[in-house]
Design a protein around this ligand. Structure first.
Ligand code: FES
Ligand code: FE2
Length: 373
């Protein structure tokens, strides 16, 4: 199920340079490019003449010339030049045009009613451009419905079983799950005090804190924020037992799921940190960890799960529920509630927690960081 009136991530802004890039977003073929002033735009990717992909064409000023028979389309989708028939432009000579906003290093795409495309509804990912932080980014092409990936991210107890040697932790599985709703934002928080850190943190425990990962006891936190339709920010870290987070080591990880079709999505991920800026060894460590955990462990499992479900709707399959599903269930319900609201033209405003509020709320504390109301 897709929301129409919602902001989806079309691409990392850095993916779109001088060229023409085609993406499929919620079953729509979209062409992304930048105008001469650098503004990115999203228009229909298929020429209305013979449906040639416009990505085979070229930019002429702010317009795109089809690479097959030369019709040109402007950034609002209208044909601006027809080299045939004395230049006559028929009303049907146009492609779609969608709202596109560049913010926080992301190109945000609105597939629905352009009149409702309110940029203030974009969730806060200012951590991607905050001075003093550095962001590692990537994309995984998942052959699975985007909500199966949301389920995965909102229930991190799978770490103990799926992420052996990386994120595995009994402490996470037995920790208390706390969920909070604020508007259309849902939090799924786990606080895991006084235990051994998951293996992936071992390297940082040693290099950053000078502790032996085999014996060091830590407080571990995982606070996941979800905003509709599928944007998540995980605040995750470890600190020696009883110490503040500033005395430990932590990162934000971003997760943006873009539906391509009912059984495929693009999983845009990020790791944001405030240490080792410009250090290729630390970049390499996180890249390797993400590749191994998300690409090597989550992806095959979720794709196999999708293959097993096939064309069925998991919502109607009578799945057994456990308490750890709570946040995922809430997110699914929220998407359906928003879809129902769309039918009457309503777009509830999301309530996200900004980076500054999050850091202020967490400064000097070792307790779970609660959402700011
Ligand atoms: S297919 Fe584009 S001009 Fe013919
Ligand atoms: Fe995972």
């Amino acid at each position: 199920m897709y929301l129409e009136n919602a902001w989806y991530m079309a691409a990392w802004a850095s993916e779109i340079g001088d060229g023409l890039v085609e993406k499929t977003i919620c079953d729509r073929k979209v062409l992304l490019y930048r105008k001469q002033d650098g503004t990115a735009v999203a228009i229909g990717a298929l020429c209305p003449h013979r449906f040639a992909p416009l990505s085979f064409g070229k930019k002429i000023g702010d317009n795109v010339q089809c690479g097959y028979h030369g019709m040109e389309f402007g950034p609002h989708g209208a044909c601006v030049h027809n080299p045939h028939h004395g230049g006559h432009i028929a009303p049907a000579m146009k492609v779609s045009c969608w709202p596109l906003v560049e913010r926080h290093g992301i190109l945000w795409f609105w597939p629905g009613d352009a009149a409702l495309a309110d940029a203030s509804l974009i969730p806060d990912f200012s951590c991607y451009e905050t001075p003093g932080f550095t962001t590692l980014r990537g994309v995984i092409d998942m052959q699975a419905n985007y909500e199966l990936v949301t389920d995965n991210l909102l229930d991190l107890t799978h770490g103990e079983f799926l992420h052996a040697g990386l994120l595995s932790s009994r402490a996470i599985t037995i920790s208390k799950l706390e969920t909070y709703d604020r508007g259309t934002t849902i939090w799924s928080n786990r606080w895991c005090p006084d235990d051994i850190a998951p293996p992936v943190w071992g390297h940082l425990l040693q290099s950053q804190l000078g502790l032996d990962p085999a014996t060091a006891r830590v407080d571990h936190w995982l606070y996941m924020r979800w905003d509709a339709p599928a944007h998540m920010l995980l605040d995750v870290g470890i600190t020696p037992v009883g110490k503040t987070r500033e005395e430990g080591t932590w990162v934000f990880t971003g997760h943006h799921l873009t539906p391509v079709s009912a059984k495929r999505c693009l999983y845009h991920w990020s790791v944001v940190r405030n240490y080792g800026l410009g250090d290729p060894a630390i970049d390499g460590f996180w890249q390797m960890s993400i590749d191994a955990a998300f690409g090597g462990q989550d992806q095959p499992l979720i794709e196999a799960q999708q293959a097993a479900i096939g064309d069925r709707d998991i919502e109607t399959m009578g799945a057994v529920a456990i308490r750890a599903d709570l946040a995922g269930v809430k997110a699914r319900r929220m998407v359906r509630k928003l879809a129902a609201a769309e039918a009457t033209g309503g777009v509830p405003a999301p309530r996200g927690l900004g980076l500054e509020e999050l850091l202020t709320a967490s400064a000097g504390t070792r307790e779970p960081v609660l959402p700011v109301v």
